[in-house]
Design a protein around this ligand. Structure first.
Ligand code: HEM
Length: 460
């Protein structure tokens, strides 16, 4: 954060409507709208109804918001509206309480723990893919989001304890996540009315929270260390205060992780298989690597170091389809670059838009995993790659997510080739904070059989 006496007002984005400001543009075509803003300046003023908001477009300034003077910016509007679901977990807390919750969550993501969750990641991929049949057509976007949900849920509560909770999460969570953006733009008075949509939302939140609460109570009563994330949360003591989390706090942390770790990973996995259909050369190199390293078997934790191309494919998907919005609140008046930000203003930025700036990533819509070769990635300025955010709120699940995606992409690609089935063109859809694909029906072709067919066709 740079302070300057000569700070000026940020330039306003064009196209504000009377009363509504830029709200309709942000809701109706968010990616186009946000992509248009860097042309106006590194920090641009927009209006969401009566609410002023500042959009940050420069990687260095985004880094200042995330990392500079940690704790200066608080969580923003979208997260506030998700509070009935997230409770007082790490995602909603600010300041000292946020730091305490992060400290208590940290041991759950140590390397030794990740290696234990990796066995779950492999097992879930094996079970899911065992149900696929040659020629089967499925909505891959839905299939891989369920795969992601089952993976994170089983890593969280590994034992039988979690069976009901996993079913309930599968039932309720997608509906809840769909509803949150609508709630972010509607006034609270409307959200309290007993409309069918409000009742459905409240019912789903109640059911989901009550099932996960039972899981926590049962695990506390049981008392043993089952090696899952829930055990870590129940058993870890705060090194500063010596306190443990209460059942309510453990519960809220669990829900935060389920929410944060499902649609993000699910959508990224789906985009990867979509890009493979569009980029045969990338698919070919991925198959070469998985064939060589795995020879058709399942990928496990120890394989990760031997799958560098698979990792680059995952990294490129995280660039190309990064979260499209992160919001913060500026509690005090501050200066960002050369412009002043008033106290109470909403500050927002888009990792997705940053990852598509041509000066940072030439030909930004091309899917090119080799951008992540160490010698090329070294040229990127700090703050240019932020799929997991940065600073005190950086995603604590980043290594978990990378491990999971490398293991599951390699396991699937070693055995299956996914091909688009009939249907409308796949488009990008900003929902929650994630860029989702629209319906992505695909046909599953076993690799060996396809190779045999290709050989047959070439000799015919
Ligand atoms: C492709 C996968 C993922 C992506 C792209 C992603 C991205 C992000 C981003 C950008 C943030 C920071 C938001 C902010 O600054 O306000 C975040 C926070 C968070 N993520 Fe992830 N995430 C992923 C997977 C996961 C997984 C698998 C877990 C847990 C198992 C997880 C747990 C969390 C939690 C608890 C937070 C809140 C942290 C805080 O506020 O201090 N995420 N994630």
């Amino acid at each position: 954060m740079t302070f300057s006496a000569a700070a000026r007002r940020a330039p306003a984005a064009p196209g504000a409507l009377p009363l509504l400001g830029h709200g309709p543009a942000l809701l109706r075509r968010p990616l186009d709208f946000l992509r248009s803003l860097p042309a106006t300046g590194p920090v641009v003023r927009i209006r969401l109804g009566a609410l002023p908001a500042y959009v940050v477009n420069d990687p260095g300034l985004v880094r200042s918001v995330l990392v500079g003077e940690a704790g200066r910016f608080d969580q923003g509007l979208l997260i506030d509206k998700a509070r009935p679901l997230l409770g007082s977990g790490v995602g909603t807390a600010n300041g000292t309480e946020h730091r305490r919750l992060r400290r208590l969550m940290q041991p759950a993501f140590h390397k030794a723990q990740i290696a234990r969750y990796a066995a779950t990641m492999t097992a879930v991929a094996a079970e899911r893919t065992a149900a696929w049949r040659p020629g089967l057509t499925l909505r891959v976007d839905e299939e891989l989001t369920e795969l992601a949900l089952t993976t994170v849920a089983r890593a969280l509560f590994s034992s039988d304890l979690g069976g009901d909770a996993i079913t309930e999460v599968q039932r309720s969570l997608p509906m809840i996540l769909d509803e949150i953006p609508r709630r972010a733009v509607l006034p609270d008075t409307l959200l309290r009315l007993p409309t069918p949509a409000n009742r459905r939302f409240e019912g789903a939140v109640r059911r989901l929270r009550s099932t996960t609460r039972h899981v926590v109570e049962a695990a506390r009563a049981d008392g043993s260390d089952r090696g899952d994330l829930l055990s870590v949360l129940l058993l870890t003591k705060d090194e500063v205060s010596g306190e443990r989390l209460t059942d309510d706090q453990v519960h809220d942390q669990l829900v935060n992780m389920l929410v944060a770790g499902t649609e993000t990973t699910g959508a990224t996995l789906a985009w990867i298989f979509h890009e493979l259909t569009l980029n045969p050369a990338v698919e070919h190199r991925l198959h070469q690597e998985t064939d060589q390293v795995l020879a058709g078997r399942l990928a496990v934790f120890e394989d990760i170091a031997r799958l560098p191309y698979t990792l680059r494919v995952v990294q490129e998907a995280l660039r190309r389809y990064a979260p499209w919005i992160i919001l913060r609140l500026s509690p005090r008046e501050s200066v960002l670059g050369e412009v002043s930000i008033p106290a109470g203003a909403t500050v927002l930025f888009s990792p997705y838009v940053l990852h598509h700036q041509p000066r940072l990533y030439p030909d930004p819509f091309a899917f090119d995993p080799d951008r992540w070769l160490p010698e090329r990635a070294a040229n990127l300025p700090r703050g240019a790659s932020i799929p997991f955010g940065a600073g005190s709120r950086q995603c604590p699940g980043n290594v978990f997510a990378l491990t999971q995606m490398v293991i599951q992409v390699a396991t699937i690609a070693a055995r299956w080739r996914l091909r688009p089935a009939e249907g409308p063109r796949v488009r990008e859809l900003a929902r929650g904070a994630v860029v989702h694909p629209t319906a992505m029906p695909m046909r599953f072709l076993p690799r060996e059989r396809l190779h045999a067919q290709e050989r047959g066709a070439s000799t015919a």
